[in-house]
Ligand binder design. Structure first.
Ligand SMILES: Cc1cc2nc3c(=O)[nH]c(=O)nc-3n(C[C@H](O)[C@H](O)[C@H](O)COP(=O)(O)OP(=O)(O)OC[C@H]3O[C@@H](n4cnc5c(N)ncnc54)[C@H](O)[C@@H]3O)c2cc1C
Length: 412
């Protein structure tokens, strides 16, 4: 068999470039020195960690410019790299820092350049006045099934205003955000194709927070219901503008393709990022378990000398590396404008989410008693990991997306 000689230079590489490496180091140091030491306190307090957000804003790690820098990587990896490091520090605080990115992604993905310029910075504010964004899709009867959404948006042509009514639930930063991006149904007969995204500006009357949830994990991230009672927003708050929406609705009514759907488009863009969150948590737990297995002695030797433990660690490492590669592939594909023909964004989120739950469970096992109590961080990582198989589409919904992509069929 003749094996072709490898060319002297090859285009494919998994080496990070200097800028990516610098970013990784910078975010890692912040995660190690600022985020980790505060993690236990904010998990117990179950509150938004405002001082950490302010600190991050001060050093340039929370803000629209930082997000712009992460998004502008030609290889598409900066966002995943930064998220992995921050979530390695702590997932609750990480989510408080990255919760606004969902709203920003919705604005960037659906808005006009003018709308992006006006609203994206307001999702973050300034180091002096830190602000938050929230992305409101889920409802009590519309979780996985976004098409069942009941929140309505009705156009008042006389005043050129939209009137929003409905109830949202499980919203990160819901009710405390400065900018809420609300997905609502304009024409319920069209399901997801009849939905649009609206910016609700700060202080708009009629939007209020309902129950704030007490959660299993990521407890430093605020999650709450949001009620919308006759919320009036200017016509200019419809993301993408009315002309585009009218054309989309007309196409949908004729049974044609409508292009991007309000919520789905945002989730497709953010799923690799959620995968990166999961990789960060899993890596934290794996590193902890590896160190502990080398230190902890039973039967006169470190527990890692038992193959049952060392193989567990070998498998943990393999699953984490596989997850990261899927995340990076999806992030690279999204940046390069490649079509997710095999549901690659969902593959990344599915694999990384399930891996985070499995790895943190194994880390507790390796810890034994110390893995199970709050004196060590690993029980928190296990609680935090579980959300990665639920939000932004459950693992089952990711499987559905992948199955549809590979079969080319509208599987139910
Ligand atoms: C901490 C937290 C933060 C969140 N943040 C936000 C946010 O900022 N904005 C937002 O809009 N939403 C947010 N969510 C909502 C989240 O996206 C939903 O919880 C999620 O999409 C699942 O919806 P659901 O809870 O209604 O579950 P359901 O849809 O009721 O699902 C229940 C179970 O049924 C399964 N299932 C449903 N349909 C199918 C099917 N067709 N095939 C197989 N299995 C199926 C699901 O996988 C799941 O196991 C958040 C949720 C949490 C818990």
């Amino acid at each position: 068999m003749v094996i072709a000689e490898a060319p002297a230079t090859t285009k494919f590489s998994l080496d990070l470039d200097d800028e990516q490496l610098q970013l990784q180091k910078w975010v890692h140091e912040f995660a190690r020195d600022v985020v980790r030491p505060a993690a236990h306190e904010w998990d117990e307090r179950e509150e938004t960690p405002w001082p950490i957000l302010q600190e991050a804003a001060k050093v340039g790690m929370y803000g629209v410019q930082f997000m712009g820098h992460l998004q502008s990587d030609p290889a598409g990896l900066r966002l995943s790299i930064a998220i992995e490091e921050l979530f390695w520090g702590d997932a609750g605080i990480g989510m408080a820092l990255f919760g606004s990115a969902l709203a920003m992604a919705a604005i960037a993905g659906n808005g006009t350049p003018q709308q992006i310029g006006e609203w994206a910075p307001q999702c973050y504010g300034t180091p002096e006045k830190v602000q938050l964004g929230a992305f409101c899709v889920s409802e009590p009867d519309a979780g996985s099934n976004v098409g069942a959404m009941k929140t309505r948006a009705v156009y008042d042509a006389v005043k050129d205003e939209w009137v929003l009514n409905g109830q949202k639930t499980w919203i990160s930063n819901g009710g405390i955000a400065d900018v809420h991006v609300v997905v609502a149904s304009v024409d319920p007969t069209l399901g997801t194709r009849g939905q649009a995204s609206f910016v609700v500006p700060p202080g708009t009357p009629g939007l209020r927070q309902g129950v704030k949830f007490k959660k299993h994990g990521i407890r430093a991230s605020h999650t709450a219901e949001v009620y919308l009672d006759d919320v009036r927003v200017p016509g200019s708050c419809l993301l993408g503008g009315k002309e585009k929406l009218d054309a989309k609705l007309a196409r949908a009514r004729q049974g044609g393709r409508t292009g991007k759907q309000a919520a789905r488009g945002t989730f497709e863009a953010t799923r690799p990022a959620v995968g990166a969150m999961a990789v960060g948590i899993a890596r934290a737990a794996y590193e902890w378990a590896l160190d502990y297995a080398k230190e902890r002695k039973q039967f006169g030797r470190p527990i890692i000398e038992n193959q049952g433990i060392s193989f567990m660690l070998a498998n943990m490492r393999t699953e984490i590396d596989a997850s990261r590669l899927l995340v990076w592939r999806a992030a690279w594909m999204a940046r390069a404008g490649k079509k997710f023909e095999g549901g690659e964004g969902s593959q990344a989120k599915l694999k990384a989410g399930e891996t985070a739950v499995w790895v943190t469970d194994r880390a507790i096992q390796i810890g034994g008693g110390i893995g199970y109590v709050r004196e060590a961080p690993v029980e928190r990582w296990h609680r935090d990991a579980k959300i990665m198989t639920i939000f932004e589409g459950t693992s089952e919904i990711q499987q559905l997306v992948i199955a549809r992509a590979i079969s080319g069929m509208r599987l139910p």
